[in-house]
Write a protein that binds this ligand. Structure first.
Ligand code: 6R9
Length: 657
């Protein structure tokens, strides 16, 4: 059951407790040559639709649109009557422009094998795969489920679907057979593309048995297309077709046909807090426009010289927009890595950066905090002088983690862009621009040009600078979700009913004295302490600013006196010892940093935190621990043994006062 949202019961907006005075100006050389300058904000403010039309003109259209936007709230159509092929834009047009020999992907397998794929190679592979899909009876509008490791055939599969107008639904390779089956059923998919397995943590990790289990009971599935990656033995079913049998013998030529700007491109399921996963539907023209433009603007991507690496899995929206569609539409050279950051050693990421001379790195706060925990000496061993822009996505980045990332990974030279967006938004919405913004550590700063976002109170009134409340988006944007697959009503109820006429993403935020935006986590996580709505993010950031703390998760637990009391779960840094007085020291530190109101009632030192497979902290489970309840649904946990480790810590709970 979803917890009550304390913030909704009172008129009070979110407390603004954290002060941060550090600023990082853009490097002069980056600013001088930046893809996007401050003028973009003015241009977009003057005429937002004309601004997005110029962004759309960066793509190649077979037929230009008639109208930029048709808005019948909350249903949008962008670039109405325009026609284009996404795969042509991501691949063929670069080859036609003479860049066939340019590398699209440097792929690094976990065991140390590697492949280099040029745009000409990609054109051949995608064409063959598109021909194979056609032979398997997949056509325009059909749904294809994709359940694969991070191997080159994964982006090839996405692009092959896009090329023929089939709708892909990527299911992250860590999900169970039940999760895969429910997503196949909801989308009524015809084909699954998978592999025998992939390499993770130094060993082959099977995928095919999960698919077999899921598909045994999925009447809609006609074929299972299987890539051989690990060479593991796989059971054969009569639906199976090997990739190397069917794809390899196809013609390497395939003529892309243009699709309507509003034809569906993909469905991506997001689990939400309760109930059935939501199939977020994205369409063609608007999605590609915004994923490509934001990749160009936010990372200052220079296709001729940059080597770009996004460490996300393609199973998440970050991988869709910033490994596949955005970078390829821009003709970028990217790195793809199959495995985990600690295989075979904890410096693997930095070794990859050194090997490929990576210039732009895009990763998540959960990874950054893990690297902090492992120790500064590890990245220090590698030459990362090639890096020039760093990005963060997925959760609020605590100021301390931001500064550590900038110093220890970016050599104190590189801007860090904290990018806020969601599966639903399709592409980045709120972020600094690396050549423009004097960024504050931990702040996503401003809506990008062309995006109209705000922070409002319970009555949908814009909060003044210095205030906190609910993040909303006031105007439609090109890469917005169009609906929830098969459920328009749920789309309306979930995103457009909380505040009349505004999109509500479910996140809290504050505007600081300068009007810059700070994301404060999901509003479901907000705590109500003695009449104050306090965000978990601010208390976590205060804890992480203590030199002994690597990671922290904070929840509100029912309290007879204060309504809710703050309970903190803390992971110490590599060198720090778990001593007698640490709990007191940390409680005092929070009190000093944020004020006595935010002082945690309890601090628990734990070895791990419960996280989703995309690295977001699952506070719901910690609330169960803090309130001595039996622990709820753990099926979306990355590692289900973590909750046992945490519960074992309970008797030693350090509670004072
Ligand atoms: C891209 C992605 C979306 C939710 C979002 C918010 C959180 C993402 C953030 C951030 C603070 C950032 N989130 N980026 N919070 N600062 N820079 O992560 O999509 O998996 O759908 O999650 O993640 O709570 O609402 P998705």
């Amino acid at each position: 059951m979803a917890p009550e949202t304390p913030g909704r019961e009172t008129q009070e907006t979110l407390s603004n407790l954290l002060r941060e005075d550090r600023r990082f100006e853009p490097p002069a050389d980056l600013a001088a040559a930046a893809n996007v300058t401050a003028e973009a904000y003015e241009e977009a403010a003057q005429d937002r639709l004309a601004f997005w039309e110029r962004a759309a003109e960066r793509l190649t259209w077979e037929q230009r649109w008639e109208t930029a936007l048709d808005w019948k709230p909350p249903f949008a159509k962008w670039f109405v009557d325009g026609k284009l092929n996404v795969a042509y834009n991501c691949v063929d047009r670069h080859v036609e422009a003479g860049h066939g020999d340019k590398v699209a992907y440097f792929w690094e397998g976990e065991p140390g094998d590697s492949r280099t794929i040029t745009y000409a190679d990609l054109q051949k592979e995608v064409s063959k795969a598109a021909n194979a899909l056609t032979e398997l009876g997949v056509g325009k509008g059909d749904r294809v489920a994709i359940y694969m490791p991070m191997i080159p055939e994964l982006p090839v599969s996405l692009l092959a679907c896009a090329r023929i107008g089939a709708i892909h639904s990527v299911v992250f390779g860590g999900f169970s057979a039940t999760a895969l089956k429910s997503r196949i059923d909801d989308a009524d998919a015809k084909l699954v593309i998978t592999a025998d397995g992939g390499f993770r943590r130094g060993a082959p990790s099977a995928l095919k048995p999960t698919v077999d289990e899921a598909v045994a009971d999925c009447p809609s599935i006609e074929h299972v297309l299987v890539v051989r990656r690990t060479g593991q033995e796989v059971a054969q079913t009569d639906k199976d077709v090997w990739w190397h049998d069917i794809v390899e013998r196809q013609s390497a030529e395939h003529t892309p046909v243009a699709h309507d700007a509003e034809d569906p491109l993909f469905i991506l399921y997001t689990s939400g807090t309760t109930g059935k996963p939501k199939g977020i539907l994205h369409t063609t023209g608007g999605y590609l426009t915004q994923s490509a433009w934001t990749h160009h603007a936010v990372f200052d991507l220079k296709p001729e010289s940059d080597i770009y690496w996004c460490t996300a899995d393609i199973g998440w929206v970050t991988g869709h927009s910033y490994i596949v569609y955005g970078p390829l539409a821009n003709g970028a050279t990217s790195v793809i890595y199959e495995g985990t950051p600690d295989t075979p050693h904890r410096g693997r990421f930095w070794e990859i950066i050194q090997k490929y001379r990576v210039t732009i790195l895009y990763t998540a706060p959960t990874a950054i905090r893990t690297f902090m925990k492992w120790g500064d000496d590890i990245p220090a061993k590698f030459d990362m002088s090639s890096l020039r822009v760093l990005g963060s996505v997925g959760e609020p980045i605590n100021p301390e983690a931001y500064v550590w990332y900038r110093e220890h990974i970016g050599g104190d030279r590189t801007p860090v862009v904290d990018t806020w967006w969601q599966t639903e938004t399709g592409a980045i919405m709120i972020s600094p621009l690396p050549g423009v913004t004097a960024a504050k550590p931990g702040a996503a700063m401003k809506p990008l040009p062309g995006i109209v976002a705000d922070v409002v109170d319970d009555q949908a009134q814009s909060v003044p600078n210095g205030g906190g409340g609910f993040l909303v988006v006031r105007e439609p944007w090109p890469s917005m979700l169009r609906t929830i697959w098969g459920d328009d009503q749920r789309y309306i109820d979930t995103y457009w009913s909380r505040f009349e006429g505004f999109y509500f993403p479910g996140d809290g935020a504050k505007k600081d004295e300068d009007g810059d935006l700070w994301l404060l986590g999901r509003v479901d996580d907000v705590m109500l302490v003695s009449g104050h709505n306090i965000s978990t993010t601010e208390v976590e950031s205060a804890l992480v600013s203590h030199p002994k703390v690597a990671e922290a998760a904070v929840v509100g637990a029912t309290d007879p006196v204060t309504t809710q009391a703050i309970v903190s779960f803390v992971i110490l840094r590599g060198a720090a010892e778990e001593g007698e007085d640490i709990a007191k020291e940390l409680r005092d530190h929070v009190s000093k940093t944020l004020g006595p109101i935010a002082k945690p009632r309890q601090i628990l030192i734990v070895p791990e935190l419960p996280k989703t497979r995309s690295g977001k902290i699952m506070r719901r489970l910690l609330r169960d621990v803090a309130e001595n309840r039996s622990i709820g649904d753990v099926t979306t946990l990355a590692d289900s043994s973590v909750m046992k480790l945490i519960s074992e810590k309970l008797p030693s709970a350090a509670s004072e006062d």
